[in-house]
Design a protein around this ligand. Structure first.
Ligand code: 2RA
Length: 334
């Protein structure tokens, strides 16, 4: 059986990556229904050699599809997700609109695939895709938490400009070409810079991006006692987000066992051979679907504590790939 798949935001960076990932992973698609804002309507999308024309979202359009992948921002999701779900489409939403809604599952298939279905085995009609910086972190934390029990995670991120979509990428290119904009897309100049400010500051001094890493991690891992202490930073790279993690466990570990455990963990690739200068980097993670881990080492001062470096392509595992993996769990169950 082939599925009719709508993509809201089909012309954005994540929307296009969703199309690539559906095609590469040979998702059983009978028809693609690209949907977009008025500015992009009528644009042609090529999928698997066939051309589809971008349309306007409507109740009638959603009634014609089985699965709707949303990546057009929280405003569009608030406007259309419930309408699409009521029309019978399972919505997989990449925006922040429903992530912390207690009635909506927040899913990373390597961590909590069971949350996709209700107790009668029917798919939830709206399923939220987590924030990119959270996804890559929980994919590596989950097997470690199961074995050693996490006590505390201190995370600092090094996030790609593509986290802000095409506008974020274009801003870096324009700055590198010497254009001085009227206002900076990344708040300050991002070329040759590092900006410890992603999304808006909250009263407690953290940014929304940082609090997403705290709250979404707890929800996905199903443990409200987890302490995550984040600092999120934008840097002028493409290809992926990097994260430095310092993880304290309840149980002690050996570094070799951690390496072995992670090398068998679903969706994780260990790249950890300092003598060969092998470690994950955004450039080598670009257009890959996995989460890469390296620099695995014991904390020099603190017992039962580990340091590691984690990189994933934020448009792939951090967004499109994760959404398509959720859709794959629906195959045969709609
Ligand atoms: C960013 N986490 O990198 C955001 C994108 N969802 O800006």
């Amino acid at each position: 059986k082939g599925y009719r798949v709508a993509i809201l935001g089909a012309t954005g960076l994540v929307g296009r990556t969703m199309l690539d990932v559906l095609e590469e992973r040979k998702f059983p698609v009978s028809e693609i229904v690209p949907l977009a804002s008025s500015r992009s309507r009528g644009k042609e999308i090529v999928f698997d050699g066939r051309t589809f024309v971008t349309r306007e979202p409507s109740k009638e359009v959603f009634a014609e599809v089985d699965i709707a992948l949303f990546s057009a921002g929280a405003g569009a999701s608030h406007e259309w997700a419930r309408i699409a779900a009521e029309a019978g489409a399972v919505v997989i939403d990449n925006s922040s609109a429903f992530r912390m809604d207690p009635d909506v599952p927040l899913v990373v298939p390597e961590v909590n695939p069971e949350a996709i279905f209700d107790e009668d085995g029917r798919p939830e009609m709206i399923i939220a895709n987590p924030n990119c910086s959270t996804i890559q972190m929980v994919v590596v934390l989950k097997p470690l938490h199961d074995r050693y029990r996490l006590r505390r995670v201190v995370v600092s991120t090094y996030q790609s400009v593509t986290g802000k979509g095409k506008a974020g990428r274009d801003a870096l290119e324009a700055e590198l070409a010497g254009t001085v904009p009227e206002s900076f897309t990344h708040v300050h100049q991002i070329a040759f810079n590092a900006i410890p400010h992603i999304d808006v500051f909250q009263e407690n001094g953290y940014t929304k991006e940082e609090l997403k890493m705290v709250n979404e991690t707890r929800k996905i891992m199903g443990d409200d006692s987890l302490s995550v202490s984040p600092t999120t930073v934008r840097i002028p790279v493409y290809g992926g987000h990097g994260e430095s993690l310092n993880i304290e466990f309840e149980e002690d570990f050996s570094v070799d066992d951690v390496r072995e455990l992670l090398s068998k963990a679903p969706g994780v690739i260990v790249q950890d051979n300092p003598s060969a200068n092998l470690y994950p980097m955004p450039l080598s993670s670009y257009e890959k679907d996995e989460v890469f881990v390296g620099r695995i080492r014991r904390d020099l001062w603190h017992p039962k504590t580990l340091n590691m470096w984690v990189v994933a392509d934020n448009l792939r595992k951090g967004a499109a790939t994760n959404a398509v993996q959720i859709a794959e769990q629906l195959i045969g169950r709609l």
